[in-house]
Write a protein that binds this ligand. Sequence first.
Ligand SMILES: Nc1ncnc2c1ncn2[C@@H]1O[C@H](COP(=O)(O)OP(=O)(O)O)[C@@H](O)[C@H]1O
Ligand SMILES: [Mg+2]
Length: 221
Amino acid sequence: MEICKLEHIHKDYRMGEVVTPLKDICLNVHAGDFIAVEGPSGIGKSTLLYVMGTLLQSDEGCYFFEGKDVSRLSDAEKSELRAKKIGFLFQDSTMIQALTLRENLIFTQGVGGKKDPKKVDELLYQFGLEDRADFFPHQLSGGQRRRAMAARALLHNPRLILADEPTNDLDDHWSEEVIRLLKEQAGKGTAVIMVTHNSRWAKTATRRMRLEDGVLTDMNA
Ligand SMILES: Nc1ncnc2c1ncn2[C@@H]1O[C@H](COP(=O)(O)OP(=O)(O)O)[C@@H](O)[C@H]1O
Ligand SMILES: [Mg+2]
């Protein structure tokens, strides 16, 4: 089943000099895909995830999510789509400082649909955070925060997970564990797009792609 599709996506940034991170991006993403996107720093990998997350509108080309042209959705429809169907695991992901870790996850669940504290506790346990549930965000280490964001991305059984360098700040054990849990989620039918610099983790994906000069190339082909 197709989850989303990028057709000839083009995106410029015009701040002083024009930068074109995405020139002609075509990609079909299916349920259960686990796609690694590699490429040098500053090339446009995060920009690609913003477009796929409906956070950034491309200048040209079409982005379809579950068959719907995202450019035709209202802001409210896009928010609902993001809250219910997309799990974000971004570099600059943040939590609400006034809420504990468990409260943050329950809050995010409530935005996307029904609250399910049991699922929250199960995810906290899977990511080794059960003894940090009542901590505030500022009381967590970088690695613990990263794992918390991974847990949050899995809360809703999303259709699509966008993971931007998800193993940053993590030791080998937790890097492996986060990749394993993302892979397990792909096994349940979620499509996972993972940006990574590390070929060790890229190799675990079912498809390896490289972003360079604004185009995506399939490294398996
Ligand atoms: N909002 C923005 N406005 C202007 N330029 C941007 C913006 N976001 C990113 N860029 C530029 O676009 C290029 C691609 O950035 P990014 O997608 O973050 O790359 P990567 O994730 O591969 O490191 C970089 O040159 C960056 O400076
Ligand atoms: Mg980036």
